[in-house]
Design a protein. Structure first.
Length: 130
């Protein structure tokens, strides 16, 4: 029942990828948890790439988008060409998007310094084998 009906998601969990054969690959999704500041956003793709490096392209496609599109019955490619939905294409269009987290006040240099500290620490932790 679990393998048939439960959708499993992960953000940055090496154990989930290591145990992928114990799950139904058609019910596994990566979640960016955008725009929460405690997620891998806005560096999700860069953090995810080494995590999925041992998987096949078919598995990666299922986990990163195909399963979610099927489960949520959403087809973005019916309204936007696939080549305009890549990370690079979307980032190129979103040059005006501010990725600084706001907490009820205008951001200042201390926010930027904290963001740098958190993302540097996060990248260092993600680089370590678990």
């Amino acid at each position: 029942m679990f393998l048939e009906r439960i959708l499993c998601c992960f953000i940055n969990d090496t154990v989930g990828v290591k145990l992928i054969d114990l799950y139904n690959i058609d019910n596994v999704c990566w979640e960016s948890d955008y725009p929460h500041s405690d997620s891998s956003w806005p560096d999700g793709p860069e953090i995810l790439e080494p995590l999925l490096s041992a998987l096949s392209d078919e598995q990666i496609n299922k986990i990163t988008h195909e399963n979610a599109l099927r489960h949520y019955q959403f087809d973005p490619f019916s309204i936007r060409p696939r080549e305009q939905c890549t990370v690079a294409a979307l980032r190129a269009e979103a040059t005006d998007v501010d990725t600084v987290t706001r907490v009820g006040r205008a951001a200042d240099d201390s926010d930027l310094e904290e963001w740098k500290r958190l993302t540097t620490r996060g990248r260092a932790l993600n680089a370590q084998p678990r």
